[in-house]
Design a protein around this ligand. Structure first.
Ligand code: ZN
Ligand code: MN
Length: 145
């Protein structure tokens, strides 16, 4: 889901000088209607039949353009398996170590941890990421059968 919805996002991007091409529109629509934190490849596979000549690299470029404008968040795992989230506001995620599903974990952020980190390291903290990892209920159930 896009944080502020499709219409707001189109308007905001246009105000930033970003042209909304049909491909860019399709990527935004995809992110707006999913809760699943897709990879670029998942989005590419879903859109390629609609856009002749669309490549995975193009989808990456579109996602990074949106990320640079702050309307998409990238959850990177240090390799090419980044997930993308239309909710660009800082929030927590929990990942299933078995099936790889990524879900939102809604709770208040913990600002004290940033102050503690600044005191301990001397860094000026910009934001923090916390990743929760576990076994999702579906995988746990499958394991019991
Ligand atoms: Zn799972
Ligand atoms: Mn999320």
């Amino acid at each position: 889901m896009l944080t502020h919805g499709l219409d707001w996002t189109y308007q905001y991007l246009r105000s930033q000088g970003v042209r909304i091409t049909p491909q860019r529109q399709a990527v935004l629509e995809y992110l707006d209607k999913t809760e699943s934190h897709p990879t670029a490849e998942t989005i590419y596979n879903s859109l390629k039949s609609k856009f002749e000549g669309l490549s995975l690299a193009t989808v990456y470029n579109i996602l990074h353009l949106f990320k640079d404008h702050g309307v998409v968040m990238e959850l990177s795992y240090g390799d090419s398996s980044s997930r993308f989230d239309g909710n660009a506001e800082n929030h927590y995620h929990i990942t299933c170590s078995r099936c790889g599903k990524v879900e939102d974990y809604h709770r208040d952020l913990v600002p004290e941890i940033e102050e503690e980190a600044e005191r301990a390291t001397g860094f000026k903290v910009q934001y923090h990421r916390v990743e929760f990892v576990g076994i999702c209920p579906e995988c746990a159930r499958r394991n019991m059968q």
